[in-house]
Design a protein around this ligand. Structure first.
Ligand SMILES: Nc1ncnc2c1ncn2[C@@H]1O[C@H](COP(=O)(O)OP(=O)(O)OP(=O)(O)O)[C@@H](O)[C@H]1O
Ligand SMILES: [Mg+2]
Length: 300
């Protein structure tokens, strides 16, 4: 991404952190530096971390900072290049062909096969998927979300696109990005992504925020939540993360919990309000049982 973007690229990691904060995203020094370098070095940012640590939200916040369009490619098992890049709109092509045939029949003319083929592969029948849209949109942020769910073959495809910033569509020709998109890849590390892809990227491990930052996130995302309640929630969630639960709560769960408590009219976290709202923060029965059995210790 260059400074030809709608908004100028912040001039330092600290400036970027400030700009991110203005969107409601609170970055620590390591995160702001990695994101700043990704912009300046024009390299994809590979974000790995526990669920709910702000990987997806970072891409959203970066797009806002840059005044860029956020284009998201959600990866899943079996995703292939046609779902990421483009497809031809077969039903519309067929309708077009029928219309041509009908018109020719009415005029008693013969169709020119080459001309018909060329018109069938007109751009209007091209369905641009996220990667192609990102190459054509300037400025843009391409979020390749949960890349660990895709397979090796798809990774190889991504690697090629991210290296070239261009793709070739046989019937259309080459599509090259005027300004390469800022690419943010996220992974929950359900499997290791190949070194070849990682080598292309700058790497960022996102951890759960420290207590002060988590309170700040709660206050920034939920301005109506009293400071005391935000502090209690952040502290209890932090303790829960140390209990080796099946699914330790992320920031998403802290936010849900604080919101749930707010909706229940609780001005502070006590044993009753915690027990009543535990489903907002723990999503496994075993985890809930475990925490319930030591609720006073968790909230100490
Ligand atoms: N540093 C932060 N500043 C502000 N909000 C944050 C921050 N980190 C996380 N959040 C908020 O926490 C919630 C979860 O974040 P997000 O969805 O980005 O997590 P994730 O790492 O992508 O999780 P998953 O791996 O489950 O997809 C979002 O509402 C997000 O806005
Ligand atoms: Mg995510």
């Amino acid at each position: 991404m260059s400074s030809s973007a709608d908004r100028p690229v912040p001039g330092s990691p600290a400036e970027l952190a400030k700009a991110l904060e203005a969107t409601g995203y609170l970055a620590d020094d390591g995160l702001a530096t990695a994101a700043y370098l990704a912009l300046k070095m024009n390299r994809p940012l590979f974000c790995e971390g526990e669920p709910g640590t702000g990987k997806t939200a970072l891409a959203q916040a970066m797009a806002e900072v840059l005044g860029a369009e956020l284009i998201r490619l959600q990866c899943h098992e079996g995703i292939d290049a046609s779902q990421a890049l483009y497809d031809w709109d077969f039903p519309r092509q067929l309708l077009h062909l029928r219309a041509l045939e009908a018109a020719a029949g009415a005029a008693s003319e013969k169709l020119d096969a080459d001309a018909v083929e060329a018109s069938l592969y007109d751009q209007r029948f091209l369905i641009a998927r996220p990667v192609l849209r990102a190459l054509r949109t300037s400025p843009s942020v391409l979020l390749v979300d949960e890349v660990d769910r895709a397979d090796d073959e798809f990774e190889a495809f991504l690697l090629e696109v991210l290296t070239e910033h261009a793709v070739t569509i046989p019937e259309v020709g080459e599509v090259r990005a005027v300004t390469p998109p800022l690419v943010v890849l996220t992974s929950n590390r359900t499997r290791e992504v190949h070194d070849a892809l990682k080598r292309r990227c700058l790497y960022l491990w996102l951890d759960h925020p420290d207590l002060t930052r988590e309170i700040a996130i709660l206050r920034s995302r939920l301005p109506g939540v009293p400071e005391r309640l935000a502090g209690q929630v952040a502290k209890a969630v932090r303790t829960m993360r140390g209990l080796e639960l099946l699914k330790p709560p992320g920031v998403a769960e802290s936010l849900d919990w604080a919101r749930a408590l707010q909706l229940l009219g609780a001005s502070e976290l006590d044993l009753d309000s915690a027990a009543a709202s535990l489903g907002a923060v723990l999503k496994y029965r075993e985890d809930a049982d475990r925490v319930r059995a030591q609720l006073d210790a968790v909230m100490a």
